[in-house]
Design a protein. Structure first.
Length: 562
């Protein structure tokens, strides 16, 4: 690869970092951070950010911190802190000993605020939140200055100290930065720096009753941790001038962090808002944050996705400067591609139709050899039982079959995967005309599914031996939303009106007996059906398999190799 080719292949953040390294900015160091707010579980959008921040640090021999933005005790919970750490580790990343909390810096952030007040750059305002909002103006009209904007410095210091001591009720005072009420950037119009919250914090308890706003805590926490490249999604682009303004007021070192914005992940058929995901959980549209229909990392994990597939997906979509919507099919392709190479094949029948093979010896059971994964010979083979009575899928039989139906029909011969050629000889029905079972004959010379005389059959079916098959609860998961953009709803309705009523179907399936001891999170390809994962609640007495994703043409490719 030439130097020019290498440069062309860099995304814009890599280009910025390499230029900073060349210019010896911040001593050519690269130090990133992933700063989640512990108010919900991480979703696939966060996975992209995790891969980006930790990935860049690794690429440039730098460091990446995990920092919890726990500045709003109203919504935060230790449960979320624990789940976030578990998800990051599951994805394959390690913050080592660099786990921090914004609450670690509350004292230092308070001291920075004192500096701001002493410089005449902040004041204690008595306007309510609604009044502040009403007086902020519009993008084309300047805002109105607070009556307390020119309060004396000493008075501001006194009130701010009393705010910290808890002398005032919520809403009585707010510390605001004194910037420019006529700025075209609404975020620069005297934004709030601290507000009173008489709520217990999950880490600091009742020590604090004033809490810093995100914009204040964000950049200064970056500064405290010596972050060099602070990567944010595009909605924070308009916050960058404020990020820089706060740093300008309180730091006096050559080193300073730089905020860089990139396009967040927008995925078709998917909701990314944590507020809306919380609504799905609280109103029981789903069974918790790790429901396999949720776009959370824990949901994808429970559904059977692998960390490798998610990292590969993040790499494929790249890093852009402008928002766009990624087709969820690309994510689905990533998991198919990954699982195809690494999971064992097995056979399962989800909608059984019984076949009795009349000329097979009564009471006999034999073991047949099956390949575990044709993509990886090192995975070896397994033995599966075959007997006189088997199950196939109902969809694999048609009594009055058209010419191009290559599965089983009266008088038609098909191959049973790894077993024998069979021919349907009789259709058995009940008094209502419903098919209850089939009768068939088999060719003993076709053992292993191989043609004994060169004759060809076009259909190959999966099956299980009826007597030895084990039952399992099969959860057939589909997309949670019907619309490509779930946010768009009819007037008077919200995004929940787009929920797919058939996103989960529970059925009983019949599986190879070798799956009796399958452990939670183990993954398999049910041949001709799809990829499945053992649910976390599965037991030996009650097996539960979640459908990860359906197949696409996999069976046809296998058949052509025969």
């Amino acid at each position: 690869m030439t130097e020019n080719t290498k440069k062309k292949s860099l995304h814009f953040i890599q280009s910025i970092i390499e230029e900073d390294i060349r210019n010896n900015k911040n001593n050519s160091k690269v130090h990133t951070r992933f700063p989640p707010e512990p108010n919900g579980y991480l979703h696939i959008g966060h996975a992209k950010s995790i891969c980006l921040n930790f990935g860049l640090a690794k690429q440039y021999n730098g460091l990446c911190n995990l920092r919890f933005d726990d500045t709003n005790p109203v919504k935060e919970d230790v449960e979320y802190v624990d789940s976030i750490q578990e998800d990051i580790k599951w994805l394959g990343f390690d913050w080592e000993d660099r786990k921090y909390f914004a609450s670690d810096y509350f004292e230092k952030l308070y001291e920075f605020a004192i500096i701001l007040i002493k410089k005449g750059k902040a004041y204690v305002c008595e306007m309510s939140a609604d009044e502040i909002s009403a007086n902020r103006g519009t993008p084309t009209q300047p805002g109105k200055k607070s009556p307390w904007r020119n309060r004396p410095v000493e008075e501001n210091l006194n009130l701010f100290e009393r705010m910290r001591k808890g002398e005032f009720e919520e809403g009585k005072y707010v510390l605001r930065a004194k910037i420019d009420m006529a700025s075209p950037n609404m975020h620069m119009r005297d934004p709030a720096v601290y507000r009173i919250r008489n709520i217990e914090h999950h880490r600091t308890g009742n020590k604090w009753c004033i809490y810093p706003m995100y914009d204040w805590a964000h950049g200064l926490s970056d500064y405290i941790e010596k972050i060099t490249h602070s990567l944010c999604t595009l909605e924070f682009e308009v916050h960058r001038p404020l990020y820089d303004w706060f740093l300008d007021q309180v730091i006096d070192t050559e080193y300073r962090p730089r905020q860089i914005e990139f396009a967040r992940l927008n995925l078709s058929f998917t909701i990314m808002s944590k507020r809306k995901l919380l609504k799905l959980v609280e109103e029981k549209y789903v069974d918790g944050w790790d429901d396999p229909r949720m776009p959370t990392i824990s949901g994808y994990r429970r559904r059977g996705y692998t960390p490798e597939s998610i990292r590969k997906f993040a790499d494929k979509i790249g890093v852009a400067k402008r928002d766009n919507v990624i087709d969820v099919a690309l994510l689905e392709h990533s998991i198919r591609e990954d699982l195809n190479k690494k999971v064992k094949r097995t056979m399962a029948v989800l909608n059984p139709l019984k076949i009795v093979i009349d000329n097979y010896p009564e009471g006999q059971t034999e073991e047949l050899e099956a390949i575990n994964n044709p993509e990886d010979e090192s995975m070896g083979t397994r033995m599966i039982p075959f007997s006189k009575t088997i199950y196939i899928e109902k969809e694999d039989f048609m009594e009055n079959a058209p010419k191009k139906f290559f599965r089983l029909a009266p008088g038609r011969e098909v191959r049973l995967r790894y077993a024998y050629f069979i021919t349907c000889t009789k259709v058995v029905k009940d008094e209502n005309g419903n098919i209850t079972e089939l009768r068939a004959s088999y060719d003993p010379a076709s053992k292993g599914g191989k043609s004994p005389d060169g004759r060809k059959v076009k259909g190959t079916l999966h099956w299980v031996s009826a007597h030895e098959a084990i039952k399992a609860e099969i959860r057939l998961y589909d997309r949670l939303f019907l619309n490509e953009n779930p946010e768009v709803a009819e007037e008077g309705k919200d995004f929940t009106s787009n929920i797919n009523p058939h996103s989960l179907e529970k059925i009983t399936g019949y599986l190879e007996p070798g799956l009796q001891n399958a452990q939670p999170e183990s993954k398999y390809q049910f041949e001709r059906i799809g990829y499945f994962c053992v649910d976390k609640d599965s037991t030996k007495e009650h097996l539960i398999f979640n459908r990860t994703i359906t197949l696409r043409d996999s069976w046809a490719k296998i058949d052509k190799k025969k």
